[in-house]
Design a protein around this ligand. Structure first.
Ligand code: ZN
Length: 255
């Protein structure tokens, strides 16, 4: 059983993801910053779009939903709690619900912080999580609506997933995120190596997504907030994990 993923770059630095159950051909897209790059890709591949999954209400994730729905007839799926400010939903979902893309099941994770109604889609069997603007490679989304506590709890939820889980986030922010990560974790050898890898990938017009949770544990300062050695480097040994996270998030907002 497998779930294939096609990365579709949209707008300036957004990513949409076309996913397909290889057994049934059922196809979905996660977020629609712009309908046309996704339509072009579907046509090129000869696929039919069945579902549109939304992570959160920001316009750079939903602006193309209505048009793509009209042109393909796909079902639109998003958070029930945010349905008042999302495009029209055919299926509203809440935390813990499970949706099927063919034979592949995705669990709905409640991942607030960047926005209150933000959700993520975790495909357990294929160990893939689509995180929108919550967990990102080397970073996490800015807190537009939620509190630091909310986002820290969201990150803790991701940390409980299997470490080999691949993380597909909504933006290409790895280079700027890595620069911040180095500023607070300068002795991290894996981070220094990865910073070079990112530059090589981007130079070749390649994507830095997906990443894996295992890699993020090693390089993402926000996920490392709870580690004693990381706290020591910041001279914050006496602080709680949440306080370290909050300190880093405020520092990044002004970086
Ligand atoms: Zn957003």
């Amino acid at each position: 059983m497998s779930l294939s993923v096609i990365i579709v770059p949209c707008l300036i630095d957004n990513y949409a993801y076309l996913i397909r159950c290889e057994e049934t051909g059922h196809t979905a897209v996660i977020d629609v910053p712009d309908a046309y790059p996704i339509l072009n890709m579907i046509n090129e591949l000869g696929w039919k779009l069945n579902s549109i999954l939304i992570t959160h209400h920001h316009s750079d994730h939903v602006d193309g939903v209505e048009q793509l729905q009209k042109l393909t007839g796909a079902n639109v799926i998003g958070a029930k709690s945010d349905s008042h400010r999302l495009p029209n939903l055919n299926i509203s979902v809440s935390t813990g619900d499970v949706i099927s893309i063919g034979n592949q099941q995705a669990e709905i994770l409640n991942t607030p912080g960047h926005t209150i109604g933000h959700i993520s889609y975790f495909f357990k069997d294929s160990k893939k999580v689509f995180t929108g603007d919550s967990l990102m490679s080397l970073g996490c989304g800015r807190l537009f609506e939620g509190t630091h506590k909310m986002m820290w709890n969201t990150l803790k939820l991701f940390m409980k997933l299997p470490k080999e889980t691949l993380v597909y986030s909504g933006h290409e922010y790895s280079y700027s995120n890595a620069k911040f990560a180095l500023s607070v974790d300068s002795s991290n050898t894996r981070l220094k190596e990865y910073y070079k890898e990112i530059q090589d990938l981007l130079k070749d017009n390649k994507y830095t997504v997906p990443t894996s949770l295992e890699l993020e544990f090693a390089i993402n300062p926000f996920l490392r907030s709870a580690l004693p050695e990381f706290k020591l480097g910041l001279d914050m040994c006496q602080k709680t994990d949440h306080e370290v996270f909050q300190y880093l998030r405020i520092l990044k907002d002004n970086f």
